[in-house]
Ligand binder design. Sequence first.
Ligand code: URA
Length: 203
Amino acid sequence: MRENSLAEIVQEIMNCRNCTLYASKTNYVPGEGSENARVMFIGEAPGREEDEQGRPFVGNAGKLLTAMIENVLGLSRKDVYITNILKCRPPHNRDPAENEIDACFPFLIRQINAIKPDVVVCLGRHSARVIFEHFQIPFRSITRDRGVLREKEVDGRKMCFMATYHPAAALYKPPLKEIIEEDFRRLTGTIKRKNKTLFDFFS
Ligand code: URA
């Protein structure tokens, strides 16, 4: 079967009616960044600002994520790819429902297949739970499993997966910011060792 390009997948997302969230959203939020990204960040679901703008992580949590990408990893948002488990905002930012995750998840897997990143960073417990489960990586809780890089062979390619706290959690619990930063730093070291091409980004 021919793999879809990222643009084709995004086009499908923009017409999706696989669950009821399409009816209450303002804009679909498919994701943004480079089709050649080596690092992919996956959050939970769009919030109010994201829903208004149709772009992921543009509110306060997004500002923190952007600052970490720039200041800790030395990359820009254009170098990476940022998306969410759900592409439409759940009303009042409630947790994603299982049927919504089931309906939306195939898009995310196709986005990962199209981009083929070296590293997938799961932001928060919802993202970590569903991504780790899909790729058959053990996951107990975000507190116990964050900050550990797990290597996994996916379709003959080595990929790394890491979970960390959601940046929004650090907004109301500031000590978490340092922990996320520490996890991002760990990511940098591993990427440097792992990938010469990416190493050029950091040096
Ligand atoms: N929180 C998320 O999980 N995703 C966004 O895009 C914004 C906030």
